[in-house]
Design a protein around this ligand. Sequence first.
Ligand code: MG
Length: 381
Amino acid sequence: MTGIAVLGSTGSIGTQTLEVAAAHLDRIRVVGLASGHDGALIGDQLAAWPDARWWCADERARQRSPGRWADGGLEALATADGVDLVVVATTGMAALSAVLAALRSGRRVALANKETLITGGHLVMRVVDDAGGDALDRLRPIDSEHSAIWQCLVGERIEDVERLVLTASGGPLRDRAPESLDAVTPAEALAHPTWLMGPKITVDSATLVNKAFEVIEAKWLYRLPYPKIDAVIHPQSVVHSLVEFVDGSFKAQLGLPDMRLPIQYALTYPDRLPSPTRRSHPSDWTSLDFAPLDAAAYPAFRVVREAAEAGGNRGVVLNAADEIAVAAFLEGRIAFGAIATTIDEAVARWGADEEPDLEAIDSLDREVRAQLRADIGPARA
Ligand code: MG
């Protein structure tokens, strides 16, 4: 029996995690729930999982079930008795210290949150290394691309990997001419062809910042240098990623785009179990197309990747700058093309080579956000 704590239980990954858990009651027990907001959904989840202790960022929610409230918040939930694995599906950087605490206390972590490795990859991997053993068992990716690579690497030696190839749908703007990108509206950027996700990550898919973030995560998870990590446009989102080996052979993981599959793999690894996902047959996949990722069409991808390769504190800077820029774009305050320039300028201004500790990450994040908000100015009436 695996006891899981789900941080971010009311979001898309959180609710799908609970669906997977409900399909495997003989294997998975939900012992912790945490959400950013109060609401009817967390009430339903508390009723469905009577063994779960819980916490909400909105302290007024405590009255829903005060006897089960976890004093000490995310960290306390992540390290509570009975927790074997912590599913991190929160947004933002809220979970970074909880991830570190969980790993230090011997818990496994299934990671769906990007910010954790983008801003604190150097801290997280230090703890994973100190613990020894199978690093991917300890820190399990949920993102479909990283899960695909993980599945391809089972039984392989990392020294035999020539290249990781992350697939990218190309987002809603795939067929748009680069020179017309400034005219892209929030509605156009939000119309993702294959995945239904929140607004921030959907815009990140349109700029391919999301893919650049995944390159950074892959570098930490698989310990390969950036030149060995590539991305390719694959509009059908059936091939979730590929691994090329030194002998020229490729392995890929394929399936319908359904996050419950990588979530379940992370919860039940190394076992594969029947899943509640829809089935398909290879004959349904009439074409699988691949095209090189044209960096000119996706300037934000290039900017983020280059900043990441320079290392230091730049992950923190580009994460904060992207979030402020995307919010400003969605509010109509900056043009689509200004997302890339905002990130680029922020990295030039705050980027430094030293790797920050938890406290420095937090203060740098605050500074970048406050300054950029002031620079961009208030929302238009
Ligand atoms: Mg992804």
